[in-house]
Design a protein around this ligand. Structure first.
Ligand code: NDP
Length: 487
């Protein structure tokens, strides 16, 4: 049974209640987690506020050193963390290890940036007066994390928060608390400084409160002592976060859903584009905010592209993520699978055809899990649910187009605007897509590999603010205007 991590200690939930964490591949119980309450959140707030007094006084260079050491400590347990992640989330071990790699890369990036934060000197229209802008940590932050990438999406919040001198409370998704807890246990042991000067990360600088969004999450949103909310999850809950946290004028960032278009022109490197369409849609069983969710193919290359992609998908072994030969695990929840099934059935009822997939795989060893075959849909009409809604699973609708203007117009017809890509060797086409696609990110002959160096986020219903890049640090710092007059 796991406990909450508050003030550097493992503590039981005040309610003493626990809940089951189940394996999406088998339905078996992996462990029991503490069901935190609003009171537990208040205890975590006390701990994080106390830690803030010490942590915000630590030099920026030492904050960076602590994060570097935290990465070393996570690496020591990476095998165990990856296994827990596969067991609780369902992703393959390969995907779990890649997620840890991304987590570490992100933390190392902010370890390096901690000491690079700059303010500015501002000329003022008064003699002997100096204007300055200094940038200070905000205080107590909260990170609310979804279940699809529990570790990397925790890192995108914890890294810049700590680098900037803040303290943080993490609320993992109810269904994926285990790998997060082990990771944070390691982070809590991190130190900075040499010999006798060596110090530890203050107890309470990072806290984890597991439990339901409706109680633990709500308290994080409502409690005025928390000044900053970083949320990743669905657009519906994102709207709620904005409303509730907005009442306390909290600083918020929202990383929400997406329905990324991938536009393939007739002059693209088609072999590469086929491979990337596979990865872009079916990695993590299609449960990616920035997954390729609508594939637009130029009519002259569409048929060959579809048949090449279908061939690739036929070879994909669907199975338990713990098995080495599995290339795609189950969906994370039964509810998620039903949602994808309904979207596929709706498209079929409107005339779409499943070139491949469109059903659950058969096999006794798969019966207990939430498996679904990789699915490719053609002849998908514009009024199908899978066209207008986000599809958070392994189904890819394909649309043919005659020219780039038509493709861009259709791509932009979504309420979402997270990622987007164009595949072409023609710079005029590439520039037009960069200019016209309504998205927080445009990739040319590439998909987002989670670059920590570049800002990442969405426009329209895909969110607010940015994670990754030096830009993310801005959301964890308050600028303070200072005037000094020499008298
Ligand atoms: P949810 O929005 O349901 O949950 C996200 C987190 O919010 C969970 O920790 C959840 O807790 C918590 N939560 C739920 N209700 C509340 C509440 N009332 N107050 C505060 N917190 C609450 O999303 P999913 O977990 O279903 O994740 C999938 C969605 O996330 C997809 O739509 C996907 O596109 C989006 N996403 C976006 C990303 C991006 O970067 N743009 C990245 C990854 C996912 P609990 O688990 O206890 O319900």
């Amino acid at each position: 049974m796991t406990k909450l991590l508050i003030g550097g200690e493992q503590v039981e939930s005040g309610s003493k209640e626990t809940y089951e964490v189940r394996n999406p591949a088998t339905g078996e119980v992996v462990d029991h987690a503490a069901k935190g309450t609003a009171k537990d959140v208040m205890q975590a707030i006390d701990a994080a506020e106390t830690a803030f007094k010490e942590w915000s006084d630590v030099t920026a260079e030492d904050r960076g050193k602590m994060l570097t050491n935290a990465c070393e400590l996570i690496k020591e347990k990476s095998k165990e963390i990856a296994q827990l992640l596969t067991l609780e989330q369902g992703k393959t071990l390969f995907e779990a290890n890649l997620e840890i790699h991304h987590l570490l890369h992100g933390l190392e990036f902010y370890a390096g940036l901690a000491s690079k934060v700059r303010g500015s000197h501002v000329p003022l229209p008064q003699k002997n007066a100096y204007g300055m802008v200094i940038r200070q940590p905000i205080g107590l932050c909260a990170g609310i994390i979804p279940w699809n990438f529990p570790l990397t999406l925790m890192g995108t919040k914890l890294g810049p928060a700590l680098a900037a001198g803040n303290t943080i409370i993490i609320k993992p998704a109810s269904t994926t608390p285990l790998a997060t807890l082990l990771c944070v246990e390691q982070i809590q042991k991190a130190t900075y400084g040499e010999g006798k000067q060596q110090k530890s990360l203050p107890k309470g600088a990072v806290n984890v409160v597991t439990g339901p969004g409706s109680t633990v999450g709500e308290e994080l949103l409502r409690n005025p002592r928390i000044r900053r909310i970083a949320f990743t999850g669905s657009t519906d809950i994102g709207r709620h976060v904005m409303e509730v946290a907005g009442r306390e004028i909290k600083r918020i960032t929202l990383e929400l859903g997406g329905s990324d278009p991938m536009i393939v022109m007739d002059d693209a490197n088609l072999d590469l584009a086929v491979k990337m369409a596979d990865i872009g849609r079916f990695f993590n069983c299609g449960q990616m905010c920035l997954g390729v969710k609508r594939l637009f193919l130029h009519e002259s290359i569409a048929d060959k592209f579809i048949s090449d992609l279908a061939e690739l998908l036929k070879k994909k072994t669907v199975g338990n993520g713990m098995n080495k030969e599995s290339r795609m695990g189950p969906l994370h929840m039964d509810y998620q699978r039903k949602e994808v099934e309904e979207q596929v059935e709706d498209a079929k009822s409107r005339g779409a055809k499943a070139v491949i997939g469109g059903e659950r795989p058969k096999g006794k060893e798969l019966d207990g899990g939430f498996f679904y075959l990789p699915t490719l849909l053609t002849d998908v009409p514009d009024d199908a649910r899978i066209t207008s809604e986000e599809c958070f699973g392994p189904a890819l609708p394909v649309y043919k187009f005659k020219d780039l203007n038509e493709a861009i117009e259709k791509a932009n017809s979504s309420i979402y605007g997270l990622g987007s890509s164009i595949w072409t060797r023609n710079m005029i086409h590439a520039n037009k897509a960069i200019d016209k696609l309504q998205a927080g990110n445009v990739w040319v002959n590439s998909l987002h590999y989670g670059y920590d160096e570049l800002p990442f986020g969405g426009v329209k219903a895909s969110g607010l603010g940015r994670e990754h890049g030096p830009e993310a640090l801005d959301y964890y710092l308050e600028p303070k205007g200072v005037v000094i007059v020499n008298v």
